[in-house]
Design a protein around this ligand. Sequence first.
Ligand code: HEC
Length: 147
Amino acid sequence: MARILGPREPSSGGGFGHRARRWAGALVAAAILLMPGVARAQKAAGAVPDTLSITPAMVDAGRALFHGLGTCFACHGMKLEGTQLAPTLIKKDWKDAKGGDLGNIFSVVTHGVPGTLMVAFPGGISKGDAANAAVYVWSVNHRGAKP
Ligand code: HEC
């Protein structure tokens, strides 16, 4: 068998091999072209999620950060009611986080409010943590989440 097929192998097998390689090459090229876009999309999602994709786990993580590592509670109060140091974060006329929009809350947490006690990334939290903290504050205001 091998001897009979032997002479045919280089042409037929080789031809198929070339096509397969071209396909593989095209797939790799497509993957390389698509990768930066995917990475960007994931980064953006990780930064500040669409409000529709907020999960209870994210709200819980944000609550823990607010009362822990992020030290938010120290200035904004245990129930976001505000203290002498900082304003309430519940239903109000937002001064810096315009409209109380999730993206604007996130922006305040990641940029701070220059010249005030509100620093960027309070407590040295990560960007992902900041996103969860913002999700928590937003959800207390818009989804009746427990402060
Ligand atoms: C050291 C005190 C301090 C800490 C800690 C702190 N903040 Fe603030 N925050 C402030 C002050 C003060 C302001 C008001 C700034 C101003 O005068 O405009 C503020 C403003 C804000 C605003 C905008 C309010 C508005 O009216 O638009 C948001 C949202 C916010 N903080 C969220 C957080 C979150 C979330 C954390 C924790 C990750 C946090 N803050 C930690 C002091 C603090």
